[in-house]
Design a protein. Sequence first.
Length: 414
Amino acid sequence: MTTNCCSQANGEAPRAEVPAAANSETGRFGFLSAPMNRRSFLMCAMSVGASGSIPHFAESLPAMPLAETEQKQSDAQFAVEARFYDKLPNKKVKCKLCPRGCAVGDKERGYCGVRENRGGVYYTLVHSRVCAAHVDPVEKKPFFHYLPGSLAFSLATAGCNVNCKFCQNWDISQARPEQVSSQYVPPRRVAELALQYHCPTIAYTYSEPTVFSEFVMDAADAGHEAGIRSILVSNGYIQNESLRAVYSRMDAVKIDLKSFSESYYQKIVTGELKPVLDTLVALRKMGKWNEIVYLVVPTLNDSDAEFTGMASWIKANLGTDVPIHFTQFHPDYLLKNLPITPVSTLERARDIAVAEGLHYVYIGNVPGHPAENTYCPQCRRMLVQRTGFEIRQMLIRKGACPFCKQKIPGVWHA
């Protein structure tokens, strides 16, 4: 596997060309790539490796020409009033989306660069403004206990509310919407494309879905009307009110727990640890299926003390069954001076977490490693065999181990 949201979780940069269909009625969304079957796609995805940039519409996924009427449209089609803000005196606004709580003056934008104050009314500038869209294996998010072997229609807009120095998708996450090629893909069209490509889920991923929350909510609603589920790949840096509104529409959420150190979050992520931990606790209380990724960066967040503290916190606050993926770092963006994470470090992290009592601990970005597989925590038999994004063997039956009948938490079938 390779590399998430804007961090590096199991290949979450959409590198392989995959098909999406032209809409003959609107001309709004279409790629010129030839169709692939699942096996060809998986082989392509696995061959790309852990480096390379995210291909946008103008690069490897060229769009069909827009209809004449749409060519005349301005960026106004993407501007929708934001749902999470308070109005302040003198045409100022207070953003209530993420913990930054930006106070934004008239004609200014928040930290994320995709929300703008226009005369005292706050707008998101990225509703339906899709800059990357691919059909991915759900294992690439990574979700190992949620509809394994299925495909997810994956999309992103520009923007992020943090600035991780290791971000693989920095060219969209750290860009303003005007700086990247995008297409107008409204929520109903997102659902249509997911159906067309036999994807049981829509995945909001690649950049940070928190900053395009309004689009996420509307697309999730449209998807649910069409029988399509929604999954979120996020940094978890979000306020409680917006969390409730957005995550209540999600069927599963993967959170990047980037470190168990507040100083790491401040220096490397430009964020805070506590709101992310609060998000994880809230997800458990909401009953949402959740998996966690921890990108192990050499010398920065790879100490035994940090692994132990995190595993102990997860066990005490989330339980022993939440899957956690320790993934291999690859140099990118502002951390090109560090080496790839040694496999031995990932194995040490896994050993510590297992010793603390966590049942489902995986190693990511190391295709073929035995810790890609799922094992029964009671009889220790292998239940799911994986290589990269491909499921080689699936033995779980009715959510349980066929050998000892131990229940294996997850969503194993649509």
